[in-house]
Design a protein around this ligand. Structure first.
Ligand code: ARG
Length: 287
């Protein structure tokens, strides 16, 4: 695939790193928002009275999918199910590392049927190491995979017992992080991996102890401010070089560019009415 756009311009200590940012092709699972709606409120972003425009959400989602394809990524689709308006948020459907699938078990009854539906997709597509979890967890909404560790959120949805269950099933160290701001109810609304060894995050979303953990693990992290977080700018997807990110996150987009990443802005404003952004729509399949 041809990588479009001019090379990022960086000067100073980040210039060398910038030249080395390498995109690796990814395999994603997505769910077309055919039945998308805001009919209940399970996070502070959702207003069932205001609702949402499904056709606009569909168009924005198609543009996201097109962006992935143009970057050379592979996108597979799961059939949307009527009556599950949040099923578009594929990230919540599972966590897949090394071809092993840790299934989701949703906190809210409104979404509970999505867990088995995603597990079934993996079964049908040849995955055999699938764990139906005993503990509440919302897949990649609360589990973000780096090279050495998996970062795991708790506080609103995913239980700490699920962090341990995932560690045991996947054989990767899982680091618990505590979320404290209800607007950032999933880890993937407050933090995203920048390749395998670094992250971007909004410190205000985390407890003091978890903030200290992040500072220790990622001294070179890209820090986002509240304005970036409030447009779900941290709900982004990085392939090592490109960062698919909500266009409104202007400050963060600038910071990423200065660090040698290539932002790919998208408009998912209609899906944000359900509390989701680009990452929420994207489940990564890691073999
Ligand atoms: N309305 C959905 C919920 O509250 C949004 C999920 C967004 N997904 C995510 N990975 N953060 O569960």
């Amino acid at each position: 695939s041809s990588q479009t756009g001019s090379p990022a311009v960086a000067t100073g200590p980040d210039a060398t790193a910038a030249r080395e940012r390498v995109a690796l092709p990814r395999r994603f699972l997505m769910c077309r928002p055919e039945h998308f709606a805001v009919t209940y409120a399970i996070n502070p972003w959702m207003d069932p009275v205001a609702g949402a425009d499904r056709d606009l959400a569909l168009a924005q989602w198609e543009a996201l999918r097109a962006a992935y394809l143009s970057l050379g990524h592979r996108v597979e689709l799961i059939e949307p199910i009527e009556g599950l308006p949040d099923m578009v948020f594929a990230a919540n459907g599972a966590l897949v590392v090394g071809g092993r699938v840790y299934g989701a078990r949703f906190h809210h009854p409104e979404r509970r049927a999505e867990g088995p539906a995603y597990a079934e997709w993996f079964r049908r597509n040849g995955f055999t190491e699938i764990l139906e979890p005993a503990h509440v967890n919302e897949g990649e909404g609360d589990f973000l995979t780096l090279e050495e560790v998996i970062l795991a959120g708790t506080g609103f949805r995913t239980e700490i017992a699920a962090h341990q269950e995932a560690q045991e099933h996947l054989g990767r160290p899982v680091v618990t992080l505590r979320l404290v701001d209800p607007r950032f109810y999933h880890l993937d609304t407050a933090l995203f991996p920048l390749g395998g060894h670094n992250v971007a995050y909004y410190p205000g979303a985390f407890s003091p102890g978890s903030r200290a953990v992040l500072e220790r693990l990622f001294p070179d992290a890209v820090l986002a401010d509240e304005a970036d977080a409030a447009v779900l700018g941290l709900n982004a997807v990085c392939d090592g070089r490109h960062v698919v990110i909500n266009a409104e996150a202007a400050g963060l987009i600038g910071a990423l560019r200065r660090r040698g990443y290539e932002p790919v802005p998208v408009d998912l404003s209609e899906l944000r009415k359900a509390g989701g952004g680009p990452k929420c729509c994207t489940l990564e399949i890691r073999m």
